[in-house]
Ligand binder design. Structure first.
Ligand SMILES: [Fe+2]
Length: 272
């Protein structure tokens, strides 16, 4: 069922050579998810130039080693990550229908989430392999002779986002912005700094989608993003491109997807 979404994004300056970015998100790994681990391992065969993970790696206290095993070959490639709520707190059982009919945004963290997860351990391990930690942080890199700035926020779903600490006018050939939950306040702030491309996860593509003319339709995004932008590459006139990954995993207590297969995305950045 796992799918690799292939997307071309026209954001590079004229004359630049293509850059391939692998976008992964919402792994929600536990020690028992070995099929997902095997698929993640297979992605290095795509030979991306850079990897970006938009959070929710963990779903179990013992999952840090599972994530590092799944991503081992991708961690040999330059990359960056941000965290989502599931990197900080273990999942708790909740009525699965609440996923569709209630938002937990703004609720007390302990009322919604379980025990603390070893997010510091995961962050330290990923950065020790050379990936940039973009939780309310910025970084610069070069790919194919293009000067790239990366700026990210911590999880907006937990109100941990502080874009202001990395705010400022675009100052590179290419500005890629990264966040877990694509709340309007974060997208607006990134757009006002002339981000070229914003990467996010969190929505699970709606997780449950209705058949709809020309494809399918998400019912929810679990944030204030409109449902037509729940997954894939979209753009509003005059705004940055937004690529939302529908994610590879699900919360173990809501282990279903309808018309929304697990996915990663290979973004090929090109000039217009
Ligand atoms: Fe998630």
């Amino acid at each position: 069922m796992y799918q690799l979404r292939r997307v071309r994004v026209p954001v590079l300056p004229r004359g630049a050579r293509e850059i391939r970015i692998l976008h992964i998100s919402d792994l929600h790994l536990t020690p028992s998810k070995q099929r997902e681990v095997a698929w993640l391992k297979s992605l290095s065969a795509e030979k991306p130039d850079f990897v970006i993970s938009t959070g929710d790696h963990l779903a179990h206290h013992d999952a840090v080693a599972v994530v590092l095993d799944a991503l081992d070959s991708l961690l040999q490639i330059p990359g960056a990550f941000v965290f989502g709520s599931n990197d900080y707190f273990a999942p708790r059982f909740r009525n699965p229908l609440r996923y569709l009919f209630e938002s937990d945004s703004g609720m007390d963290e302990k009322a919604v989430h379980g025990a603390d997860l070893p997010s510091h351990e995961l962050a330290a391990a990923l950065t020790s392999r050379g990936w940039f930690n973009l939780n309310d942080a910025a970084a610069r890199t070069q790919l194919g002779g293009i000067d790239i700035e990366l700026r990210g926020t911590d999880d907006a779903h937990l109100n941990r986002d502080h874009y202001s600490v990395v705010a400022g006018a675009k100052n590179a050939d290419l500005f890629i912005a990264v966040t877990h939950a694509p709340y309007a306040r974060v997208l607006t702030a990134m757009a006002s700094d002339d981000a070229d491309l914003i990467l996010a996860g969190h929505t699970h593509g709606g997780q449950v989608r209705l058949p709809w003319p020309g494809g399918s339709k998400a019912l929810v995004t679990n944030c204030d993003l409109p449902t037509w932008r729940a997954r894939g590459l979209t753009r509003v006139d005059g705004q940055p491109w937004l690529h939302v990954s529908a994610g590879v995993g699900t919360n173990p207590f809501t282990p279903f997807r309808v018309a929304c297969p697990p996915e990663a995305s290979l973004l090929t950045l090109v000039h217009p």
